[in-house]
Design a protein around this ligand. Structure first.
Ligand SMILES: Cc1cc2nc3c(=O)[nH]c(=O)nc-3n(C[C@H](O)[C@H](O)[C@H](O)COP(=O)(O)O)c2cc1C
Length: 189
């Protein structure tokens, strides 16, 4: 038996992305975005409301950073999703986090987040359906040593990234590994 939930987008899990930008005066802003995903090996699609300070900054500088929020910074990450740089002059400063300029794009790298993608704006897609997507290209990804395994790959457990549960507006963290992708289904080949 299945229940009808109506026309509800129902992807789980969703990410907790921290989008870092500068305004035209070099002021740092960071926003929380769950409606964002990879759309290529070095491309991201970010669904951002057009009037957010972040959207204006992205248009002005054609660049942003996209970090994964981790558990130790849940309070700051959530705050970045409920306060706006449009109305709060010291939004970023209130968190006490540290920003340094990316060496590759005109956007801030937030030191405390362990994994950060440095991105340049490729296009802004806007149509009458209400769709509003910024497509950005990842030009480099920065990872703290402590989240890398001996083979240089990111360890999801060390990363400790937050996961967004849209159904109940809750944050989760990773559970256990249960199988291999491109492997668990092989016996049906
Ligand atoms: C968990 C969470 C996820 C969010 N995801 C998005 C999103 O994907 N797109 C969006 O436009 N706003 C999203 N928001 C809302 C923005 O983060 C919020 O409006 C923020 O104040 C915008 O900041 P800014 O105006 O400084 O850019 C989210 C908020 C939370 C708490």
């Amino acid at each position: 038996m299945k229940q009808n939930l109506g026309p509800k987008a129902a992807i789980f899990p969703m990410p907790v992305l921290m989008i870092g930008t500068y305004d035209e005066n070099g002021k740092v802003d960071v926003m929380n975005a769950a409606w964002g995903m990879e759309c290529g090996s070095n491309m991201l699609a970010l669904c951002l409301t057009s009037t957010h300070k972040t959207s204006k900054n992205l248009r002005a500088n054609k660049a942003c950073t996209v970090a994964l929020a981790d558990l130790p910074h849940m309070k700051e990450a959530d705050f970045f999703g409920i306060a706006s740089g449009n109305t709060m002059e010291d939004k970023f400063e209130r968190t006490g986090l540290t920003a340094v300029k990316s060496e590759r794009v005109n956007a801030p790298v937030i030191e405390e987040f362990p994994l950060t993608m440095e991105c340049e704006l490729v296009s802004e897609v806007n149509d009458e359906s209400g769709l509003h997507v910024f497509v950005v290209r990842v030009v480099n990804t920065l990872a703290e040593d402590r989240i890398l395994k001996e083979d240089g790959k990111v360890c999801p457990h060390r990363l400790n990234a937050l996961i967004f549960n849209e159904f109940r507006a809750k944050y989760f963290v990773l559970g256990e590994k249960v199988g291999d992708a491109w492997g668990a289904g092989k016996e049906l080949l």
